[in-house]
Design a protein around this ligand. Structure first.
Ligand SMILES: Nc1ncnc2c1ncn2[C@@H]1O[C@H](COP(=O)(O)OP(=O)(O)OP(=O)(O)O)[C@@H](O)[C@H]1O
Ligand SMILES: [Mg+2]
Length: 414
């Protein structure tokens, strides 16, 4: 049975521009307010079945909260229709339905009555609402003295205790501390087992994957893909990693362009000194990254095979040569570094122009952005060409482990 039926929904917002202030503007725009239309949702259709937990994912501003607000009926679509069957309880952004001048207790009564409970029903549920929120000590204090985490605890406790058929939750869980987050997730799993229908928005892909039966991916107000959580989340992560890669490269390009435009000799030489040094008797001309299909690529899935390809030019013959490489996190922590000397590789008879390959069988890094150092130097460390952090790549992973590298492991629980 379909509980939420969204048909060809569009939502237009009219953004009012600043008022016409000058006489000229007043004359030109007479009678017309300066305004701009913005389509937050464009022809969105989806059906949410009874008993399903469905996640909405997508970048900031993609329309997730707007869709949820339309489902809650605190706003209405510009075109299209939304049909809902059952009692809805929602937990939208913090603050909605709460009053800071009243106490936690008073807010429970106000909020639960907005969600459709009678005073008697609230009396019965009061204890479990307070208990779940763990706010016993603070429940008679005004809400204005609450932290945002405490606020969320109260709102979540009310929303789940009013016994709704449909629970709509916008990215609020992230406000709580980790122990309360866990408690919320367990509670949502329990509600799921009881057959409740849940629509949840979150940027925590891991939680979405474990909680949701289906995921809907929104981008620029349109549904890109919906269906099996793992499949859709993976594709979304792919898309994000690619965008991040492009963004990071663009940023770097822009930085390079800017320093070229400035053409300030002092600054350039400072930059050079900081990020590149050496006598350039051997010069590293570029670095490219490839996957195992020999495609040039700068975003990888954790554990994937990677090939680094460094091109060099030898301007002056040298026999004493070591090539090196290092991978660093964006905040400068070295994840791994090695060179031909450490690895006992003899570098002999280099041509005047050539290529060095470094193949990594399994890129065991966690999700994130990384910077690469490449170097060619003498055995005693004297640099021919040392380049720090000039190149970058991204790693994506649907496992949310932490640290600076991925250690192969196994759990044994007895
Ligand atoms: N009341 C409003 N007036 C004008 N524009 C709005 C309004 N509400 C949302 N928008 C615009 O609609 C777009 C979608 O917003 P929405 O809040 O739905 O995004 P979201 O997917 O929830 O993003 P986030 O991940 O940042 O929460 C945004 O560009 C936003 O600026
Ligand atoms: Mg939002």
């Amino acid at each position: 049975m379909v509980l939420i039926d969204v048909k060809n929904v569009t939502k237009k917002f009219v953004l009012k521009k600043e008022k016409n202030v000058t006489l000229k503007e007043k004359l030109i725009y007479r009678g017309k307010e300066k305004s701009e239309e913005f389509w937050a949702l464009k022809d969105v259709s989806c059906q949410i079945e009874a008993g399903k937990t469905v996640g909405l994912i997508g970048k900031n501003g993609s329309g997730k909260s707007t869709l949820l607000k339309l489902m809650t009926r605190i706003m209405y679509p510009t075109n299209g229709s939304i049909k809902i069957q059952g009692r809805v309880s929602s937990l939208l952004e913090l603050g909605a339905g709460f009053h800071t001048d009243f106490t936690g207790m008073e807010n429970i009564y106000m909020n639960a009555s907005i969600l459709g409970l009678t005073k008697k029903e609230i009396d019965q549920k009061l204890q479990s609402i307070i208990e779940f929120s763990e706010l016993e000590e603070f429940i008679n204090n005004p809400l204005r003295s609450y932290s945002s985490g405490m606020y969320m605890r109260l709102a979540f406790s009310v929303a789940i205790n009013v016994n709704p058929d449909i629970l709509l939750i916008d990215e609020v869980l992230s406000v709580g501390d980790t122990s309360f987050q866990k408690k919320c997730i367990n509670k949502l799993k329990e509600l799921k087992r009881q057959g409740k229908t849940i629509v949840i928005v979150s940027h925590d892909n891991h939680t979405m994957e474990i909680l949701c039966d289906e995921v809907i991916w929104l981008n620029k107000g349109k549904i890109v893909k919906s269906g099996n959580s793992k499949v859709v989340i993976n594709e979304y992560l792919d898309f994000m990693a690619e965008e991040d890669g492009i963004r990071l490269n663009n940023q770097k390009q822009q930085q390079n362009d800017e320093s070229e435009i400035e053409n300030d000799e002092v600054q350039l030489s400072n930059e050079e000194e900081k990020n590149r040094w050496g006598n350039r008797e051997i010069e590293l001309t570029n670095l490219k990254l490839y996957n195992d299909k020999a495609q040039e690529i700068y975003y990888f899935t954790s554990g994937e095979k990677v090939r680094f390809k460094i091109n060099y030019l030898m301007h002056k013959n040298n026999e004493d040569v070591v090539f090196g490489i290092a991978i660093n996190t964006i905040d400068g922590i070295k994840c791994y570094g090695t060179n031909t000397e450490i690895d006992n590789i003899k570098v002999e008879k280099l041509s005047s122009k050539g290529t060095v390959y470094i193949d990594i069988d399994s890129l065991n890094l966690i999700e994130g952005s990384y910077l690469i150092d490449i170097a060619v130097h003498k055995l005693d460390g004297t640099a021919y060409d040392y380049q720090v952090g000039k190149y970058s790549f991204q790693v994506k992973s649907n496992v949310h482990d932490v640290g600076i590298c991925k250690l192969k492991h196994e759990w044994i629980i007895q």
